[in-house]
Design a protein around this ligand. Structure first.
Ligand SMILES: N[C@@H](CCC(=O)N[C@@H](CS)C(=O)NCC(=O)O)C(=O)O
Length: 218
């Protein structure tokens, strides 16, 4: 299959997809999308009407939304599974990933911050306080979910990384950005698993600094 990924170096939903592609050992073309002031009109008109990244073009067919893409990758390619075999761990890994995809990420993205600033006159420190609040709320939930696991596995819900881990690493990366100032030592299990994931080449290659459009490499 021919795969083209529209993403950007710092695109946490895209980083999930890059990681999933890497775990499956898939080659793909990386097409950087600039988000300065929102995605370009050409991207909205031709690729994604929601103007969000990532989008994946699969043999000429455009598909959006990282979770749909990761499910597609899991269902259609051989290679290490992105889900645990055991049914409850499988459901929990998905649930953990959905806390990030449905409860944390949608309320803190750039479009929300732009709206808070433009419509409610929120200052930079107000939008940062908003960001920090929802991250802390979500990370507290994730830490507790892991603490309550009946068996502490090296990765979220398995001996290998699965959905939960794939979503966790980009969200923690975002939280470490300058200015966020959230004390991540409050979430020791998240940090421990994140470190284990980032030591793997499949995760490392998906990191923002290893993308061709990362500013330092220009
Ligand atoms: N639910 C979407 C979220 C995509 C998303 O919000 N992407 C962000 C970057 S991580 C984006 O494109 N933001 C552009 C903007 O907010 O203007 C997915 O999982 O793919």
């Amino acid at each position: 299959m021919n795969l083209k990924l529209y993403s950007r170096y710092r695109n946490s939903a895209g980083q999930r997809v890059r990681t999933a592609l890497n775990i499956k050992g898939l080659e793909y073309e990386y097409i950087p999308v600039s988000l300065a002031g929102g995605a370009p009109d050409s991207y909205r008109e031709e690729i994604n009407p929601q103007a969000l990244i990532p989008s994946l073009v699969i043999d000429g067919e455009i598909v959006t939304q990282s979770t749909a893409l990761i499910e597609f990758i899991e269902e259609n390619f051989a290679g290490p599974s992105l889900l645990p075999d055991e049914p409850i761990a499988r459901a929990r890994s998905r649930a953990f990933s959905q806390v990030i995809a449905c409860e944390i990420h949608p309320v803190i993205g750039p479009k929300i911050q732009r709206h808070l600033a433009a419509t409610f006159d929120a200052a930079k420190e107000d939008t940062l306080a908003w960001y920090r609040h929802w991250l802390h709320h979500g990370f507290t939930t994730l830490e507790e979910l892991l603490r309550r696991r009946p068996t502490a596995t090296p990765f979220c819900y398995d001996e290998k990384p699965t959905f939960g881990d794939i979503y966790l690493v980009p969200q923690l990366y975002n939280a470490r950005r300058a200015g966020v100032e959230l004390d991540l030592s409050d979430y020791p299990l998240l940090n421990e698993i994140d470190g284990r994931c980032r030591a793997l080449p499949e995760f490392d290659r998906a990191m923002p600094e290893n993308q061709p459009d990362f500013p330092a490499r220009r």
